[in-house]
Design a binder for this molecule. Structure first.
Ligand SMILES: Nc1ncnc2c1ncn2[C@@H]1O[C@H](COP(=O)(O)OP(=O)(O)O)[C@@H](O)[C@H]1O
Ligand SMILES: [Mg+2]
Length: 260
């Protein structure tokens, strides 16, 4: 069996980050980051504030090239691809940024319709139907004509999720989904992330330092260490909690309790 055939048999990872390094001048933001994300998996990039999580997300989303290393989508080298090919890859990716979730001057329906108007040839009526359906998936039926300022933080995040799902992406990225949410809204969003993955088989990449959420949703993870600027653990967070001998990983996963 050829190596290529072997790879296909084992299933190419949906996303693969290989040996990524990024510096600002002399300042190393991250080095030697490598991991694979399988199709339909909820993968969490975790670590304390300032460890490089958002920067890594930008590198994976084409907003910033790595200094060294590669990002592959379905085996295609993203940063070595043409701009057209990169755009094509990104059309399959929905993104929820930490801030600036929705356009404040537009209703929820208009916000969710926007990507469909920009990236599809669908007619007005079809778009309206898709918008209603996506808003129903996130529990916001009846809120079509509301403006973001009329909604709670949790509802805004859910509407942003509906917008990120407008074009039926294969991959969803979330930067700190629970940031700024109360525990109940945060839990509702976690349940929704699980539901979306289970029903639509979407691959989900979540940037987070929220332990409760991490344990609730993650199949797999990497831990970025602030001090050494590299990844010091990878795997299922519950298993890491049981098994990791790295004191900083333990301390993060136990909120600073001594590790056993
Ligand atoms: N444009 C930039 N120029 C210089 N340093 C930056 C820039 N963006 C981020 N950084 C630094 O890179 C590090 C990682 O930032 P970030 O990826 O936002 O971390 P996180 O999302 O984990 O909190 C931080 O120390 C931050 O100050
Ligand atoms: Mg961040």
């Amino acid at each position: 069996m050829t190596q290529r055939h072997n790879q296909i048999m084992q299933g190419e990872p949906h996303i693969r980050v290989h040996d990524v390094t990024l510096t600002y001048g002399n300042y190393i933001v991250m080095k030697d980051i490598s991991f694979s994300i399988r199709k339909g998996e909820i993968f969490v990039v975790m670590g304390g504030s300032g460890c490089g999580k958002s920067t890594l997300m930008k590198i994976m989303l084409g907003l910033m090239p790595p200094e060294k290393g590669d990002v592959f989508y379905n085996g295609v080298n993203f940063w070595e691809s043409s701009q057209d090919k990169r755009n094509q890859i990104l059309e399959n990716v929905g993104i929820l940024y930490q801030k600036g979730a929705l356009w404040s001057s537009m209703t929820l329906a208009e916000n969710v319709a926007l990507p469909l108007e920009e990236h599809s040839d669908l007619g007005h009526e079809q778009i309206r139907e898709i918008v209603s359906f996506k808003l129903s998936l996130v529990g916001l039926t009846g809120f079509e004509e509301f403006y973001p300022s009329e909604l709670s933080g949790g509802m805004i995040k859910r509407a942003a999720l509906a917008r990120a799902m407008a074009l039926d992406p294969d991959i969803l990225f979330f930067d700190e989904p629970s940031a700024g949410l109360d525990p109940v809204s945060s839990r509702v969003l976690d349940d929704l992330i699980l539901e979306v993955r289970d029903s639509l088989k979407t691959t989900v990449v979540v940037i987070s330092h929220d332990l409760e959420s991490i344990f609730a949703i993650a199949d797999n993870s990497v831990f970025l260490d602030l001090e050494t600027r590299t990844m010091t653990a990878a795997g299922n967070p519950r298993e890491l909690l049981e098994e990791s001998r790295n004191t900083k990983v333990c301390s993060f996963l136990t909120r600073g309790k001594p590790c056993t």
